[in-house]
Design a protein around this ligand. Sequence first.
Ligand code: CA
Length: 256
Amino acid sequence: MTSTGSQGAGTTDRLVWSDAPSARVLVVEDEPSIASFVRRGLIYEGFAVDVVGHGLAALDAVRDRPPDVVVLDVMLPGVDGLEVARRIRRAERAEGGPSVPILMLTARDAVEDRVDGLEVGADDYLVKPFALKELAARIRALLRRSQPATADVPPAEVLSFADLVLDLARRTASRAGRPVRLTTREFNLLTLFLRHPNQVLPRALLMERIWGSDFFGDSNVLEVLVANLRRALEAGGEPRLIQTVRGVGYVLRAAG
Ligand code: CA
């Protein structure tokens, strides 16, 4: 039921989503449309993403499930982003713990918000509206700064989940030691699932990653690809790992 796989970055595989595929980002944003846009974009960039809609929930999340980076909107109902940052830093000082990188999202004209944000302990800020690529790049920069020791660790080349093992360098797959022969597309699709175990991957995102952003064909091709991949993965009578989430997409999850 759990992923035992390493989530390290591979630099040679063309499907690698980011420098740090497993980094967890807490997005604090009350506007649902922006929150959802940011969430989907960051998942697409390879991050694991949690979203909360107000300041107190953010403080709870930072305490209970410490993220690698916090993306914090200044304008929040109740406890605003500046106060959230202030309280996060206060708690860190009190506990003497590590300092989570905070990137603040500010409105276009609110220069004072940026200054205040940096003064209360934010590490960086981004002005709305922003490009997701820019946000992802800033997050990676913050991660590199906060985790200098990991820079020299060689990228992991093997991903695994349950009894499934994927060797990215050799481009081989196996289940419980049984070699699984896959086409290039099947292998690429499986790599996406293994990079995001237990995470529902929307159909459109999978199609974009496998066929490219200009794909306008029949979405049935994805169903066919998944069916073929399942057939290969289950040829030895093994349980299903790629589950259908009706109306949304697919998820790599042990059947339970
Ligand atoms: Ca807001």
